[in-house]
Design a protein around this ligand. Structure first.
Ligand SMILES: Nc1ncnc2c1ncn2[C@@H]1O[C@H](COP(=O)(O)OP(=O)(O)O)[C@@H](O)[C@H]1O
Ligand SMILES: [Mg+2]
Length: 611
């Protein structure tokens, strides 16, 4: 009898637990084998994990770890259905802390392949090796006592020709495998992962302490440069990670990775909340990209909902949505505060000829009425554990306030990039300029619309949108229902700087509009306002009611396409737009500018290689 440790740890789950386990096919392709084996290695505490694959995983997959290993008594049990060391009772199923918990992976893999498992625990002086073909195991033989587990899976699906037919090319199957390894890598930065394909090293992530460094290993500096950090915490929930700065967003959707307690998952609630957090700041057709880590107490999460564990169910979806949305907004607005600070430090306060009527300066000054306390520099800590600057959402009221106080405004973070050299206008619609080191083509209408919107929005936040009277109020004929709708809201509209009065039976007249707007076609504006007000009652928050109205005002007050502009006017408009944070969309989501960086220009003209 070899000197192997023999206390059994693996048990078959009782029937009542088995019956509650989300059933379904666990192994649908080679990447699923790798995912399950990686999870086992991580659950076993492996710190160095090597994955060697041949022919997209169909010919051969080997996962070797230096974790706790399996003792000889347990080895055959590990391949029995519903046998696990991670779960005992129903109660454990309600708060799972390991990646695996169903005892299904090894038997599922073994039943469709040839398996050879070699393993030893730290106490073993002799290791064990166990071979299985289509799930049937032979005798256990001695092996060198190398602590950890090494499992080799060959001829996958050899007894399932139908399944094999559904697989894609070797390259596609391998790309799924490397994605699985990337995800495990992102979630476990302290673990060293190495992946080879047909003998060639494809991925190598040496152990790091900071999550950010692992993101760097996986996605490179170019990705990190385009992102901003997200951090937030509320109740027992926390979120951290990086997401694309809208200024640098692209049409690509990768990466969009979400981890919940280190498990890579897909979740519509979180995705929706991220989109909500970005609001209109992502140009249409651009997608958010992100790597986000959510942590939540295991008992507030059901991981047992999907056969391959790709989905989870949250106990408090509403709180989760709020936290994610607010944290995304907070991250965006933090970058604004950094800009404000760097601008004032660099002495780059707005100057130059005024583009808009003099009265606009009054509104512009609202911008400076931000309380000094809101200007702070965030600590750029990459340890991934500091949540000192996290969003606090303990009270609902507080949460709402936060949303109003930090309307996100994106901006360049380097003040030296603010030099503007305007070249002129093309097609009487687009402005061409050098902004910092970039070539910009700016839509004069949408960019001006964004500037006006940001100013109105700040005015509304500080409860002060001054109104300028219209010299000759113009009566606008409406239906009785329309004029009632408008007049019912006339107090609310007054707070937005819009003065409306009844005029005769069913007509109304606009007596004043917010200061700073250009020439407004009152009749068309009123039509748009009627649309906004129809939605008024159904909007869930005051913020959502006011935004469309302010957007309509900004749109009508902004310089139209087709209007010729002088060079000083162009300079002023671009200056204001840059000052407001170079936001790439108008409040309706249309693009404000098209930008080409020095690098992009150099690439276009073949001045650099393809790298
Ligand atoms: N790499 C490994 N190192 C140590 N133990 C392992 C390893 N892989 C599997 N095991 C053991 O085999 C058991 C069965 O594995 P598996 O079928 O994946 O089910 P589960 O992970 O759900 O428990 C695990 O509970 C664990 O005790
Ligand atoms: Mg497992």
């Amino acid at each position: 009898m070899p000197a192997a440790s023999c206390s059994a740890k693996i048990h078959t789950l009782p029937d009542d637990v088995v019956s509650r386990i989300a059933a379904g096919e666990v192994i649908e392709r080679p990447a699923a084998v790798v995912k399950e084996l990686l999870e086992n290695s991580l659950d076993a505490g492996g710190l160095h994990i090597t994955i060697d694959v041949k022919d997209g995983g169909l010919a051969f997959i080997r996962v070797a770890d230096d974790g706790e290993g399996i003792n000889r008594v347990d080895l055959p049990r590990a391949f029995e259905r519903h046998a696990t060391s991670k779960l005992r009772s129903d109660r454990d199923l309600a708060s799972v802390t390991t990646m695996g918990f169903r005892g299904e992976a090894l038997p599922s893999i073994a039943s469709v392949s040839h398996v050879l498992m070699t393993t030893a625990t730290r106490q073993d002086t002799v290791g064990s090796q166990f071979a299985l073909v289509a799930g049937a195991g032979g005798a256990i033989v001695d092996a060198p006592p190398i602590p950890g587990a090494r499992i080799e899976v060959s001829n996958l699906f050899f007894n399932q020709p139908a399944r094999k037919k559904f697989l894609k090319s070797t390259l596609t199957e391998f790309s799924h495998i490397s994605h699985v390894v990337q995800l495990a890598g992102l979630a476990w930065p302290a673990v060293h992962f190495r992946l080879t394909h047909n003998g060639q090293e494809i991925l190598n992530y040496p152990s790091v302490t900071a999550e950010r460094d692992r993101i760097l290993q996986v996605y490179r500096q170019a990705f990190l440069d385009r992102t901003i950090e997200v951090r937030g915490r509320a109740g027992g929930l926390s979120i951290r990670g990086v997401m694309v700065d809208p200024l640098h967003s692209r049409s690509s959707r990768t990466p969009q990775e979400l981890f919940v307690n280190r498990r890579p998952i897909r979740n519509a609630t979180v995705f929706h909340a991220v989109m909500d957090g970005y609001g209109s700041f992502l140009p249409k057709g651009n997608h958010p990209t992100f790597v986000l880590f959510l942590d939540i107490e295991p008992n507030r999460l059901d991981v047992n909902v999907h056969p391959t564990k790709k989905e989870v169910r949250f106990a408090e979806t509403e709180a989760l949505h709020q936290l994610v949305r607010h944290s995304v907004r907070h991250a965006l607005s933090s970058s604004e505060r950094k800009v404000l600070l760097s601008l004032s430090q660099a002495g780059l306060a707005p100057t130059g000829p005024e583009f808009a009527p003099a009265a606009e300066r009054q509104v512009a000054s609202l911008r400076d009425s931000q309380p000094a306390a809101s200007i702070s520099v965030r600590r750029q800590d990459s340890s991934g554990v500091d949540v000192s600057d996290a969003v606090s959402l303990s009270g609902v009221g507080e949460g709402n306030q936060l949303a109003f106080a930090h309307e996100p405004v994106m901006a360049y973070r380097r003040a030296e990039k603010f030099d503007i050299v305007p070249f002129g206008q093309i097609l009487r619609t687009y402005l061409v300029a050098q902004v910092g080191e970039e070539l910009h083509v700016i839509d004069q209408h949408t960019a001006h619309e964004r500037v006006l919107f940001q100013r109105l929005w700040r005015g509304w936040q500080s409860r002060d949108i001054p109104s300028q009277p219209l010299l000759i109020p113009e009566p606008i004929e409406l239906s009785a229902a329309q004029s009632m709708l408008l007049l019912k809201r006339c107090d609310d509209l007054e707070k937005l700087g819009l003065l409306i009065e009844p005029f005769g039976n069913s007509a109304v007249a606009i007596r004043g509009v917010p200061v700073g707007l250009g020439k407004v076609d009152a009749a068309v504006l009123v039509q748009d306002l009627l649309d906004d007000l129809t939605e008024w009652d159904s909007a869930s928050s005051l913020e959502l009611r006011v935004q469309p109205v302010l957007a309509s005002l900004a749109c009508h007050g902004a310089v139209r396409a087709g209007r010729p502009l002088t060079l000083p006017e162009i300079q002023q408009l671009i200056h204001d737009w840059v000052q407001e944070g170079l936001i790439m969309t108008c409040p309706h989501g249309r693009r404000t500018a098209f930008r080409l960086s020095t690098d992009e220009l150099a690439k276009l003209f073949g001045r650099v290689g393809w790298a």
